[in-house]
Write a protein that binds this ligand. Sequence first.
Ligand SMILES: Cc1cc2nc3c(=O)[nH]c(=O)nc-3n(C[C@H](O)[C@H](O)[C@H](O)COP(=O)(O)OP(=O)(O)OC[C@H]3O[C@@H](n4cnc5c(N)ncnc54)[C@H](O)[C@@H]3O)c2cc1C
Length: 408
Amino acid sequence: MGEFALELNDDQKTVRDWIHGFAADVMRPAAAEWDEREEFPWPVVREAARIGLYSLDFYAQQFLDPTGLGVPLTLEELFWGDAGLGLAIAGTGLAAISVFTNGTDEQIGTWVPEMYGDADNVRIGAFCSSEPDAGSDVAAMRTRAVYDAAKDEWVLDGVKTWATNGGIADVHVVVAVVDPALGARGHASFVVPPGTPGLEQGQKFKKHGIRASHTAEVVLRDVRVPGHCLLGGKEKLDERLARARERAVGGGERGGNAAMATFEASRPAVGAQAVGIARAAYEVALDYARTRVQFGRPIIDNQGVAFQLADMRTRIDAARLLVWRASWMASAGRPFTAAEGSMSKLFAGETAKKVTAQAMQILGGNGYTREYPVERMHRDAAIYTIFEGTSEIQRLVIARTLSGMPIR
Ligand SMILES: Cc1cc2nc3c(=O)[nH]c(=O)nc-3n(C[C@H](O)[C@H](O)[C@H](O)COP(=O)(O)OP(=O)(O)OC[C@H]3O[C@@H](n4cnc5c(N)ncnc54)[C@H](O)[C@@H]3O)c2cc1C
């Protein structure tokens, strides 16, 4: 277990600087074009794969960094480069985390490499939990998974929505209801292997921001997957369902399910992405405030502008510290007793939204145009108070964890 330290070691600095180079030289120059095209940026992801940045090996190395800081450092730099392109590169991570969190060693060894492929054959993954009527309210999920014992197959039916990489992914991880009577405790996650008949992309969404990231519906009609595609295996599922049924009879607590386990593990990582966007906007605003002259002096000479920059930087540093704390706790196996993962995502997401708005204000008319990147950063940041649990849901999780009360 690594000690918590704010001083990065030489390996971490080297990796951070290497990603920063890619973000500055490859992502930044391409960002506006892919934002306009609103398509999955295959050439950028392939370039990331060519240099080893989009690869299972690289993410596994960062994931296993004993200080816990490998993943947040990587994501902050990528998203400093650009959030849409960053999510195209990092989006597979959510599907990979769900296999890591819920799968057996054998499933991890089989499916995670399938999601990344290699430099000559780049692959991507998608995690599909949300549905049209089940966003924050995961328990309202309707996609069904029914076991066909005669064939040892699971049959999936339903419609998933807003799935990052949905329909274009090689491997989809789908959360489905196996026992409707148990609410969120009656869910399980399934891998849908490449080319499985019955899985199709539905509507592709046109979005406000992160437009280089592909977001779409995933329609599942009579999708048959082998028994071994149930993450964690049937025996473990049966035991878990039996425990949940006992609790239901005894009127025990609710909560804890396949999708939530994935979100818990990924929240600090999403917070790190938001920190990257906020830092990028802050840097543009600081430069601009130093050089833009009005009333015969740089606008930063006004306290009204300078104090905003002071607040922006303070919030960004505070957000990063919350992200690093939660990342270290997760990697050290410490439980989030005060919902520290949710705190980091909440604060970093709100910071990205606020700081990018302040940056736009500091750039005045230029900030509102696509001549400067803060307009895009502001649109990109808005998703960080919505996906992977809205800010309201993070507050609910924190309040319930702190109080032990079923706050609604
Ligand atoms: C670009 C994008 C990418 C996404 N990627 C994925 C993905 O890869 N996989 C996936 O499964 N999902 C994904 N999502 C879905 C995302 O996680 C959901 O949009 C999010 O969880 C919110 O659900 P909802 O949109 O249904 O909002 P709702 O749940 O309908 O919420 C609407 C509003 O009501 C508030 N609200 C709801 N319940 C409460 C409450 N109890 N107390 C207080 N306020 C409440 C919410 O905070 C929000 O402000 C993505 C979404 C987008 C837009």
